[in-house]
Design a protein around this ligand. Structure first.
Ligand SMILES: [Zn+2]
Length: 836
């Protein structure tokens, strides 16, 4: 842990003396503390106390959150802490996740401690420090009263310690260590950023309590307990160790190493699918701290691999991850869109992780490219610009028609904003933190270099070189940022992050010093280094040319988002709720003359595109359907399945027999109804906005929901024909994840039993028609969706459903074909005749 704040900047804002602080001040480390870090980061941020935000959206957001921090009544947040240890409180109880009967109560007090410390460090406003001191002093009283209340010494919580007894006994209470972590992290920040010594004492007491509880557990019990979300317990304890040097703190931290999650990551395996995202991210942040504390490279490997995996395989274009809070299979993104994507806490924690990894590996500008992308799109946008108190949403939904509006801010009302006292969700809490630390990661320092990472208007003091700088920019509404040395002089390197997004159009940044071009390398995704003797009045300008860039979704090249520089442009839909992805004509994109505002034609009407973070109090879309080039008519794939598994078109890999499926002597594949199925290659129907699927099938038993074929990603993204629905009809159906309802066509009856039937589905021209033996058996006109939005389906099955709860088909299949166009009725008759 390098100096978290400079002496001058810190003393200038608080007047507290260095000796009162104990540790952390440059050149003032007291004898009691040592820094036992074998892997001190190569960089440290310029502290919050040395950076001031200038006018702009980041400062506006911060001001709203600071107003809330001043407004909120600490006694209401202390109410349940006091009652828990028998101290009197007549405060009005809070609502939401702080209500007296909610297990998570107390977590917001932790977030508040951090937010107050950050706001104080950044603004110097003594009111934030005083509120922090009051909270810490009252929490200390609660902690001191714990033994008398029958709790283990050091215990500090708003719920009784018996919850931990339940947890250790194998119960599944709602995340008790998660809440303890928030309080501990808040106390740590009160100490580090506001110089509150009492906060450190209370924190040490809590750490001792954790060790008391956990040291009694055997390894297997401890690992089992780690299944319950525990926030970043390893993080805060390792950080505490880096401050105190007390080996017990490190030992306690490492008890929270969750091997079930760490193991695959250490081996470089992505096993994240199906895991609750925000349960994992904080423990990975902790792994970096443990790397710093121990020097054990495995911790770094775990964290770096996790970051790469999430950013490259689980991230939506706004920088967020998760659908309904969970990671999906790698690369499956627009096949998992809903109004509950991108829990905001996940990104709050991913930014922490990126920042730490960057500090260890400053040559990887990708960490800060990600930081910028997420900050400008998701974090800036999570807060309601029209709320005086900086209310935040919980999720950032990305299904077309998701919204940010309304009140509630909880899981039950995705996209609605939080409130003063009736919400207190995790995202309300991390929102308080996010919006008070925008000044934190703009500038980093090493011994002889100053890094400029973010282009946010600000002033900064680089104490080490006695230099002050001022950064002025309207970025990303303007392409240029201008940095002026306003005080001091010295020999050092100025390192400017050249954003990786420039590379999408093969462009470089242009850099000028005092109006003249300088011969520096300015490659996208790297740092441009300018070394010289800097003097007062020197001006550096970096220009980053911006233009719209279409970004294909990894699982569907015909679903795209539009970015402009670091910003995602979203369609502002007002009250309109599209059924599925609006179809946009990319050639219709027009500038409006206002920065970052465009218009385009989508679904036949004009739509306004604007920075995603600015879309509030209405519905929006980030992803659009874009037209596929017409290539046909052609046969896309043909698996005869007559003694061969080959695709007769020569395009695709062989079909794979699974679960006991076998090629039958007399033709076709035999399916036993108990697991046998055929797996076809992924991507078979990619880019088809109309298509025909045909197959011959013999059902030997009819079971509800068994599939003849099912091409999809998951149980909400599919294109299938089944043998029978509950209402006794064979059904064709297609749907994509976030859609309400589905497009389906029912036959009047079912597949015959024990007889071969030629089944075809033709989708095109706004209709879907189901054919049996060359004759129309069912149809749906006025389709909601196009098969184009299904994308590169990863699970293409014959005889098996996307839904693992459904039975397998019992019978035979053969002669499976896909055409890239809608065959007409005569062609289907011919096909039936030729396939018979
Ligand atoms: Zn959350």
């Amino acid at each position: 842990m390098t100096a978290p704040f400079t002496r001058r900047a810190f003393l200038g804002t608080t007047g507290v003396t260095a000796t009162a602080l104990g540790v952390g001040l440059t050149g003032a480390a007291p004898a009691a503390a040592r820094t036992p870090a074998p892997h001190t980061p190569k960089l440290s941020p310029l502290p919050l106390s040395a950076v001031t935000l200038l006018d702009g959206p980041f400062r506006d957001n911060m001001a709203r959150t600071c107003a809330y921090l001043k407004f909120i009544d600490p006694d209401r947040l202390l109410h349940t802490f006091r009652l828990n240890v028998g101290l009197p409180s007549d405060a009005q109880p809070c609502g939401g996740w702080e209500a007296p009967n909610v297990q998570l109560r107390g977590h917001s007090t932790g977030h508040l401690l951090t937010a107050l410390a950050q706001a104080h460090a950044n603004t110097g406003d003594e009111e934030h420090a005083a509120k922090g001191r009051h909270l810490v002093a009252e929490l200390a009283r609660c902690q001191a009263a714990a033994p008398a209340a029958g709790f283990t010494p050091g215990y500090l919580s708003a719920f009784p310690e018996s919850v931990f007894v339940q947890l250790e006994a194998g119960g599944n209470p709602w995340a008790p260590y998660y809440t303890i972590h928030k309080i501990m992290a808040g106390l740590l920040d009160q100490y580090r950023l506001s110089g509150n010594r009492q906060a450190l004492d209370v924190l040490k007491g809590m750490a001792a309590w954790v060790e008391t509880r956990c040291s009694r557990l055997d390894e297997a019990t401890m690992q089992r307990l780690l299944h319950v979300e525990f926030g970043g317990m390893n993080d805060v304890l390792a950080e505490l160790y880096l401050l105190t040097g007390d080996p017990v703190h490190l030992r306690t931290a490492r008890r929270f190493d969750h091997e079930e999650v760490f193991g695959p990551l250490a081996e470089g395996r992505d096993a994240l699918a199906g895991l609750h995202a925000n349960t994992q991210i904080p423990k990975i942040v902790g792994a970096v701290r443990e790397y710093e504390a121990t020097g054990i490279d495995r911790y770094h490997r775990i964290a770096a691999f996790f970051w790469d995996t999430v950013v490259h395989h689980h991230m939506y274009v706004i920088g967020g991850n998760s659908n309904e809070e969970f990671f999906g299979p790698p690369g499956e993104l627009v096949s998992r869109l809903s109004d509950a994507n991108c829990e905001n806490c996940n990104s709050y924690n991913m930014l922490k992780l990126s920042r730490l990894l960057f500090m260890h590996d400053p040559s990887r500008a990708a960490y800060m490219d990600y930081y910028e992308q997420t900050l400008h799109n998701q974090m800036l946008g999570e807060q309601d610009p029209d709320s005086e108190h900086g209310f935040c949403t919980y999720y950032t939904g990305l299904w077309p028609g998701s919204q940010r509006q309304g009140k509630g801010g909880l899981v039950s009302a995705p996209g609605s904003y939080s409130s003063d006292y009736d919400n207190f969700s995790c995202d309300h809490g991390t929102g308080m933190e996010t919006h008070t630390k925008f000044a934190d990661s703009i500038y980093f320092q090493s011994g002889d270099a100053l890094y400029v990472n973010l282009f946010i208007p600000s002033e900064a003091t680089w104490e080490r070189h006695g230099v002050r700088i001022r950064q002025e920019t309207a970025y990303p509404k303007a392409e240029t940022t201008r940095i002026t040395v306003t005080e001091g002089e010295g020999d050092f390197a100025l390192k400017l992050r050249v954003p990786g997004w420039l590379g999408a159009r093969g462009q470089h940044a242009r850099i000028r010093v005092n109006g003249a071009a300088v011969p520096v390398q300015a490659h996208p995704g790297r740092y441009a280094t300018i070394e010289r003797r800097w003097r007062e009045g020197d001006v550096v300008e970096m220009t980053m040319p911006m233009a719209p860039v279409w970004r294909k979704a990894p699982d569907n090249p015909h679903i795209q988002a539009i970015t402009h520089g670091p910003v995602v442009l979203a369609g502002a839909l007002g009250d309109r709720e599209p059924n599925t992805f609006p179809a946009i004509d990319p050639r219709s994109l027009r500038e409006t003359g206002e920065p970052l505002r465009y218009t385009a034609r989508a679904d036949g009407a004009e739509v306004t595109l604007m920075p995603f973070a600015e879309v509030h109090h209405q519905r929006y879309t980030v992803y659009w359907a874009t037209p596929a080039p017409r290539r046909g008519p052609r046969l896309v794939a043909h698996y005869a399945l007559d003694g061969t598994l080959k695709d007769a078109t020569g395009t695709w890999a062989d079909a794979v027999l699974a679960g006991g499926a076998a090629l039958a002597e007399d033709g076709g594949v035999a399916l036993n109804g108990t697991g046998a199925h055929v797996v076809l290659p992924r991507g078979l129907i990619t880019g088809l906005d109309e298509l025909t699927v045909a197959v011959r099938v013999r059902a030997d038993t009819l079971t509800n929901n068994a599939r003849v074929f099912d091409l999809g990603f998951n149980r909400r993204t599919f294109f299938y024909v089944n043998s029978r629905t509950g209402s006794g009809r064979t059904r064709f159906s297609m749907r994509t994840y976030g859609m309400e309802g589905e497009d389906f066509a029912d036959a009047s009856g079912t597949l015959p039993v024990g007889e071969w039937l030629h089944v075809a589905v033709v989708v095109g021209g706004d209709s879907a028609v189901l054919y049996f033996d060359g004759a129309e058996a069912g149809r749906k006109d006025g389709l909601i969706m196009s098969p184009l939005v299904l994308g590169a389906t990863s699970q293409n099955f014959l005889g098996r459903s996307q839904d693992s709860r459904h039975p397998y088909l019992h019978g035979r299949v053969r002669d499976f074909r896909i055409y890239d166009h809608a065959l007409d009725a005569a062609a289907i008759r011919d096909l039936h005749a030729s396939q018979s």
